[in-house]
Design a protein around this ligand. Structure first.
Ligand code: GLN
Length: 259
């Protein structure tokens, strides 16, 4: 591999929540191991190259995510990348956009269909710290460390049988609140679910950026991008990240009025 190519999908419309930082973390962790790495931003209206090494999509507002879904469906490049097993990280609106359908701006919109998930609306916005234990589903089998992030969404995402959660909640709302799962037979599973894993796609409601808070997840994506096992990556010792993780796992929730 000459230079690791990180596709940053639609930073112009899915950049609202600072999730572009995930691409920066991937590039930096690659460079710290002596690998050349570059970020390829793909903006609205531009074709998505199907042969990049790894892709990242961030969160965004309802109108922006409708535009994102329409572009990605019409273009087809990301779908071809997924079919070829290229690793894809999708955050919040990104998760919803890659699902089968989502509700935004008062209507149901077709998603890209890379994740067996449908997103409805919750009665109240979920805002706050999220923590999970990895499920180790599919491509995430090598994860052992708990995951931490920050959620801020109205979407309630129900997973179908082809998708599995990324994590089991120990804190936060995650994919769906209780009202959204009332009629489902697998309530307990859906209630505790955070994110989704399907094929080469890893999706989560966690902002942070999630890869800054979860170096093991960042390295898992890097390893998949490089076609090696996670255990083959030389560990990086960054004390500030350990400190950040401890702080976030122990953070107390501010009163609702201050959020
Ligand atoms: N607009 C979506 C929602 O509110 C996604 C928000 C986000 O990406 N943080 O559910």
């Amino acid at each position: 591999m000459t230079s690791l190519q990180i596709g940053l999908i639609l930073p112009d419309i899915l950049g609202t929540y600072g999730d572009d930082g995930n691409a920066l973390v991937l590039r930096q962790r690659a460079r710290m191991r002596g690998l050349e790495a570059e970020i390829i931003p793909i903006k609205l209206g531009e074709p998505v190259p199907e042969s990049l090494d790894v892709y990242a999509l961030g969160g965004g507002e309802d109108t922006a995510q409708i535009l994102a879904a329409e572009h990605l469906i019409a273009d087809g490049g990301l779908t071809r990348a997924a079919s070829a097993g290229r690793p894809i990280l999708a955050i919040c609106a990104g998760l919803q956009v890659l699902g089968e359908s989502f509700r935004a701006s008062g209507r149901v919109v077709d998603g890209v269909g890379l994740i067996d998930a449908t997103t409805a609306s919750m009665a109240e916005r979920a805002i706050g710290e999220v923590a999970t234990e990895p499920t180790k589903a599919g491509i995430t089998a090598e994860l052992t460390e708990p995951l931490t992030g920050f959620e801020n969404h109205m979407g309630a995402t129900i997973l179908g049988p082809a998708a599995q959660p990324l994590g089991t909640l120990t804190r936060g709302t995650g994919n769906a609140d209780t009202a959204a799962i009332l009629d489902l037979s697998d309530k307990a599973v859906q209630r505790s679910a955070e994110g989704a894993v399907q094929g080469s796609v890893i999706a989560t409601y966690m902002h942070g950026p999630v890869l800054a808070r979860n170096p093991q997840l960042a390295d898992l994506l890097l390893a998949k991008a490089m076609g090696v096992a996670l255990s083959e990556l030389e560990p990086l010792s960054i004390p500030a990240i350990d400190q950040l993780r401890t702080e976030r796992f122990n953070a107390s929730e501010p009163p609702r009025s201050q959020r």
